[in-house]
Write a protein that binds this ligand. Sequence first.
Ligand SMILES: CCC[C@H]1O[C@@H](n2cnc3c(N)ncnc32)[C@H](O)[C@@H]1O
Length: 481
Amino acid sequence: MELKNKKIAIDDFMSERKDVLKTWVTGKDVTNFEDGVKYQSTISADKNFAKKLFEADRDGITLSQPRAGVALIEEHIELLKKLQVECDLLPTTIDAYTRLNRYEEAAVGIQKSVEAGTSKLNGLPVVNHGVAACRHITESLDKPLQIRHGTPDARLLCEISMASGFTSYEGGGISYNIPYAKRVTLEKSIRDWQYCDRVIGLYEENGIRINREPFGPLTGTLIPPFISHTVAIIEGLVALEQGVKSITVGYGQVGNLVQDIAAIRSLRELSHEYFRAYGFEDYELSTVFHQWMGGFPEDESRAAAVISWGAAVAGMSGATKVITKSPHEAFGIPTAEANCQGLRASNQMLNMMRDQKFPPCKDVDLEVELIKREVRAVMKKVLELGNGDIAVGTVRAFEAGVLDIPFAPAMCNSGKMLPIRDNNGAIRVFDAGAVPLPDDVLTMHQDFVAERARVEGREASFQMIIDDINAVSHSKLVGRP
Ligand SMILES: CCC[C@H]1O[C@@H](n2cnc3c(N)ncnc32)[C@H](O)[C@@H]1O
């Protein structure tokens, strides 16, 4: 199948759909697409994710959402009922087997969880449970629900989730491949995600608005804003082409206040710039700020400080949504209570930030302009490589190292671009690899890094990068010697 950024014709979609639904026995539950549309139309407006985001963005409110998922339906409902008291939007995190379409192993995980009386999976295996069981989840809860995962081939999961009443779907052909898989080609993952976006486009054509959220943080390891912005914009354009109307673009907090504020502002402005340049007008855009995605301190009070800092900056940045962490982050999947603690700390901060926004600031303006120059330079090259086709250009850009995501496992990612913190903790470029930043921008990055090296009295090196990766766990931001 030749990849192109073109809306999938309905006949081709329906033909492919027959094969997708055969990939697991529960696919038969969604044979009739209209049944899913009918069910979605019974969901009250106050439980529609897209509507909640639209209203929050209009009103300048930052909503809170945790991550959460356990193996069994009743336990998952019990968990989400505790969380919904403390958050505005609910997740359903999918288990790792399902993310790799390994449904046989997910089935074993369900069985083991039943025998053990506790979850033996790191998320809910929605495909195995099927539509009827998952509709029980969406009917049992009072807040809008989103599927969060990390699936390169998320087609069947999408069909079952949407027919089950979830009203938002996270991921994308780049953001759920490069950080999550090793041997999946971008041609395949982008094409499979065009299918997912087409599913949501078809719900849209039937009057049901489903939100789509490219996965912003990528590897969550010192990601420069321009890298994650470029991926978010590309996935947004691909989704719009398939008929998606509600898009949330995202960003993973880096920890430097000026850069984080500038990142959210530039992400919103650049998304509008590219979406409109492509001729799209009737879409709803929102932004999501992910609290620190790197290593956390083990001490729960220190972890709570990291969480609170993330919530404060999310509120100051004017992000539409913040994804929260818990004081158990350094150890693994949080208990319900720990997840609720992260939400309460975050909500305290959001409430205290609600009446104020970050004041006009020259440094933020400069960082916004820098990020815009970087994104525009990379996007220009991606479009050149694709002869104007963003999907084809993306594949070729990764082949050429023009798009390069730090510390990613994917074999199709060149992994030559190296980030590093500057003396104020902002993320800069230590080695650009083949990423086509303008010479004067590259010089700026080199100067930022040289300043830190001088202050620390050591050469800028890979050791400095390692120190940065470990810094927050050791209660610092910059990995000082
Ligand atoms: C890319 C997402 C990483 C974050 O996603 C959290 N995460 C993963 N799976 C679950 C789960 N089943 N329940 C609650 N949080 C979960 C991790 O803690 C980490 O912060």
